[in-house]
Design a protein around this ligand. Structure first.
Ligand code: SF4
Length: 202
């Protein structure tokens, strides 16, 4: 599973790097943490993603880990009490540095966001919408990635047939592992799809 996940992440990273390199104005760069401040929901991960992410968490300095675990616990409490904010600040974001604390281990959704579309709808923020609208008409068309293909590939790693129901939330994974940091226990099973990878242009 890990090998397949890493191969999928490599494909995504190659595509996103190529897109950013082909368009010098592309806003997704290190230093922009806008999307990590405004998540539509608590990040969801399939098991292989969680196992990789957990390695990143386990490599954090102890004091940083305490801070991250506290943020995850706080978010989990908000989830239990039905008070998750409309825009979730990712508990893995270093808000002082504006950087992901587990960048090399981050989930697939974080890798595709900004560069992929789902059924023709761009999965990106307003900064990209404006930049795309302002680009020169002489520019090469943008080749967006197909987010559904990624979702199905991740779901297959979990043995799930329904990509929309695959994975569980970061908080659920974290709380189901002992003190957020060692052996993975069983989270609620994902509910049980296959388009692959054609891209759309804009
Ligand atoms: S895991 Fe990292 S890249 Fe993904 S939303 Fe959180 S801080 Fe941002």
């Amino acid at each position: 599973m890990r090998k397949k996940l890493l191969a999928l992440y490599d494909d995504i990273d190659r595509r996103t790097h190529a897109t950013a390199e082909e368009h010098a104005w592309w806003p997704c760069r290190r230093g922009c943490d806008s999307c990590c401040h405004r998540l539509a929901e608590i990040p969801r991960l399939v098991r292989a993603e969680w196992e990789l992410l957990r390695e990143g968490l386990d490599a954090l300095a102890p004091n940083v880990r305490v801070e991250v675990d506290a943020k995850i616990a706080e978010l989990a409490a908000a989830e239990r009490e039905g008070r998750v904010p409309r825009h979730v600040v990712c508990p893995l974001l270093d808000e002082r540095e504006g950087a992901c604390r587990v960048y090399a281990h981050r989930p697939g959704a974080c890798r595709t966001y900004g560069f992929y579309v789902e059924r023709g709808i761009g999965l990106h923020c307003g900064i990209i919408t404006e930049a795309v609208a302002a680009r020169s008409p002489d520019e090469e068309p943008i080749v967006w990635g197909n987010a559904e293909g990624v979702d199905y590939a991740l779901a297959r790693l979990d043995g799930a047939a329904d990509a929309s129901a695959a994975g569980v939330s970061l908080t659920t994974w974290a709380l189901s592992s002992s003190s957020c940091s060692s052996e993975v226990k069983e989270p609620p099973p994902p509910e049980p799809g296959d388009p692959s990878s054609p891209s759309s242009e804009m």
